[in-house]
Ligand binder design. Structure first.
Ligand SMILES: NC(=O)c1ccc[n+]([C@@H]2O[C@H](COP(=O)([O-])OP(=O)(O)OC[C@H]3O[C@@H](n4cnc5c(N)ncnc54)[C@H](OP(=O)(O)O)[C@@H]3O)[C@@H](O)[C@H]2O)c1
Length: 262
């Protein structure tokens, strides 16, 4: 028996895809028959993840190291991607994010040492926001050549409602601005841009590092009363990546168990 796979034969790039949400999104794409380029900073992790996805889902998978905060590194990734997919890129997922750091996250603006301001704000902005700008810049010529493409940006609910981690909020809000501009400018070329605004998602970078009391407090923020899983984010991303959302662009899909209700 054959089963239909929504993204059979398509090609996607997912940044920051060796762990957590990015890895689950790469796996979700591969499960739908999509060939996937896996990327993060550690080369061995990229290669191992790509091998695993190819083996498990019967797709072609490229594993290539890239630091999204470095334009040359992103250009090198896309040079490789162009060859790998023969210019036939369909989907870009801008997921790579600056690692969660307790000092940056928990220090309110007035208490931030002045000598840290640039470092903290620009550090997050370089990875989350500029990383998304660089990847989009490199993917657009491929999308424009074929008059098609879907870009999914990974933002976060503080970008919509504010929270205590101001540098993170600023960077993630910048991503939403980028998403809207890309949607407005490139819609006429059948290139769509949407974002996921994520709530509390169980990953090694979040849940695994927190004490039980805080895990429970975060779970209780959501009407659904729990943390989300990377696989649930993968399902939401698949909708935006596939033709099922062919008339959806410029939107932010909130995946947070109901914390933000619009
Ligand atoms: N987990 C949550 O609750 C949550 C909530 C809202 C939004 N988000 C967003 O979701 C995304 C994924 O989060 P996660 O929890 O899955 O994080 P994670 O488990 O720490 O995974 C991050 C991934 O990105 C890679 N990465 C980190 N810095 C990078 C860089 N400069 N260039 C390229 N790759 C880089 C990491 O590999 P290397 O370290 O080897 O580079 C890893 O593959 C992030 O954008 C995050 O802000 C997460």
């Amino acid at each position: 028996m054959t089963t239909h796979r929504d993204l059979e034969g398509r090609f996607a790039v997912v940044t920051g895809s060796t762990r957590g949400i990015g890895r689950a999104m790469a796996a979700a794409l591969a499960r739908q028959g999509c060939h996937v380029a896996v990327s993060a900073r550690a080369r061995a992790d990229c290669e191992e993840t790509a091998r695993a996805l190819a083996r498990e889902h019967g797709v072609s998978a490229l594993g290539w190291p890239c630091d999204v905060s470095d334009l040359q590194s992103v250009r090198a990734l896309f040079a490789e991607v162009r060859d790998w997919c023969g210019g036939q890129l369909d989907v870009l997922v801008c997921n790579a994010g600056f690692p969660l750091r307790a000092d940056i996250w928990n220090t309110p603006l007035h208490a931030t040492p002045p000598e840290k301001l640039e470092d903290w704000y620009l550090g997050l902005f370089r990875t989350d926001t500029m990383g998304s700008v660089y990847a989009t810049h490199e993917a657009l010529p491929l999308f424009l050549a074929r008059r098609r493409g879907s870009i999914i940006y990974v933002s976060s609910i503080p970008a919509l409602a504010g929270f205590q981690g101001a540098p993170y909020t600023v960077a993630k809000a910048g991503i939403l601005g980028l998403m809207k501009d890309v949607a407005a400018e490139y819609g006429r070329f059948n290139i769509r841009a949407n974002a996921l605004a994520l709530g509390n998602i169980r990953t090694p970078a979040t849940y695994d590092l927190l004490p039980e009391e805080i895990r429970q407090r975060f779970a209780a923020q959501a009407p659904l009363g729990r943390w989300g899983t990377p696989e649930e984010v993968g399902e939401a991303m698949l909708f935006l990546a596939s033709d099922r959302s062919s008339f959806v662009t410029g939107q932010t899909l909130v995946v947070d168990g109901g914390i933000i209700r619009s």
